[in-house]
Design a protein around this ligand. Structure first.
Ligand code: ZN
Length: 332
């Protein structure tokens, strides 16, 4: 969403979200039966590898979001969703499943202590290739390059770096080298992602579950079907085996709207993944084990305003007939 539109919606229309009965009304007619917020990071600091990608919430804003969730929804654990999907167990009224992507260290340092204090369950999705800080996400590289560039360069670079793709990893490395930036040094001195011991420690509390988020975060529509399946299968197996899990869950890096039906047939049909997640939270999905989530970042908008706007958009989509995700089929 463009910045101005986003601001108008989340601050303008979002104001009506505070009218209690109106919120209930749009929630009821939205067709969204389980609300699944997703975040990446919560921090009071300027996090350089994220700074130029999207705006994230600070601790106070995040805690206010959690208060809203706990007052207006019934937060569930991943296991409850799993039992619902596989054993038909009912979910509570207005269920909410909190999720985080990318496995950033702030999950361990900042998010988990807050969630524990509030008794709030969550699922954390990890890129298997980034665990233990073995590699750097191309978008995080782009943010660091922008941060490191001089004022004049920044504008010219900004646009091209904001649309940088997975296949341009090498160009990013060259660009960094030219400006005297060492990604390896950054990873060594300032670990970005969680390490195995931290992830294992999170799992000691049964409020929390983990899943995979691909090996190294490619844009799925831009890679071949076989590579999409490999990224999902290998990352999911790695997470499942490394942390001795009895479930497999996966969240799609970026959007999955342009990912084919063949991919979902393969990963859900062949039981590579039990439950997967996308981010088309205002749309309706044909695959009943692919759940869609709602982005809670991109500004400091309160969760109430954002949820209200997502409900309205979902209603408008249904009225306009644009709510169904139509996936292409590759195989004949
Ligand atoms: Zn991600």
């Amino acid at each position: 969403m463009k910045e101005l539109l986003k601001r108008t919606l989340f601050y303008g229309a979002g104001l009506f979200a505070w009218v209690g009965p109106l919120f209930e009304l749009v929630r009821r007619f939205s067709g969204i039966d389980i609300f699944i917020p997703f975040y990446h990071i919560v921090s009071n600091d300027e996090v350089l590898h994220v700074k130029h990608l999207y705006r994230y919430k600070n601790v106070q804003q995040f805690e206010a979001d959690l208060d809203f969730f706990q007052e207006n929804y019934q937060p569930i654990r991943f296991q409850q969703l799993y039992d619902h999907v596989f054993d038909n167990k009912p979910l509570p009224k207005h269920p909410l499943l909190l999720t985080f992507d990318d496995g950033l260290r702030e999950v361990y340092d900042v998010v988990v202590p807050i969630l524990k204090a509030k008794g709030m369950p969550a699922v954390f999705f990890l890129c298997s290739g980034f665990i233990d800080n073995q590699a750097l996400f191309h978008k995080h590289k782009a943010s660091l390059i922008l941060e490191n560039s001089s004022y004049g360069e920044e504008k010219a670079l900004g646009e091209s770096l904001s649309s940088v793709k997975y296949s341009q990893h090498e160009s990013l490395d060259v660009l960094a080298e030219k400006s005297g930036l060492s990604f390896q040094e950054y990873l060594d001195t300032q670990p970005l992602y969680m390490i195995r011991q931290q992830i294992a420690a999170i799992l000691d509390d049964d409020l929390f579950a983990i899943g995979a988020h691909s090996i190294d975060h490619p844009e799925y529509p831009l890679i071949p079907l076989e590579e999409q399946i490999r990224q999902t299968r290998e990352s999911t197996q790695f997470v499942r085996q490394t942390f001795d899990l009895d479930y497999s869950t996966f969240s799609m890096p970026f959007h999955d709207i342009d990912v084919s039906q063949d991919y979902f047939d393969a990963i859900l049909g062949d039981d590579i993944v039990d439950i997967s997640f996308g981010i088309e939270g205002t749309m309706q999905e044909d695959f009943d084990r692919n759940y869609h989530r709602h982005n809670m970042e991109g500004g400091s908008y309160p969760a109430r305003n954002m949820a209200f706007v997502y409900y309205i958009v979902a209603i408008l989509r249904r009225l306009l007939g644009t709510h169904r995700i139509r996936r292409s089929r590759l195989a004949v």
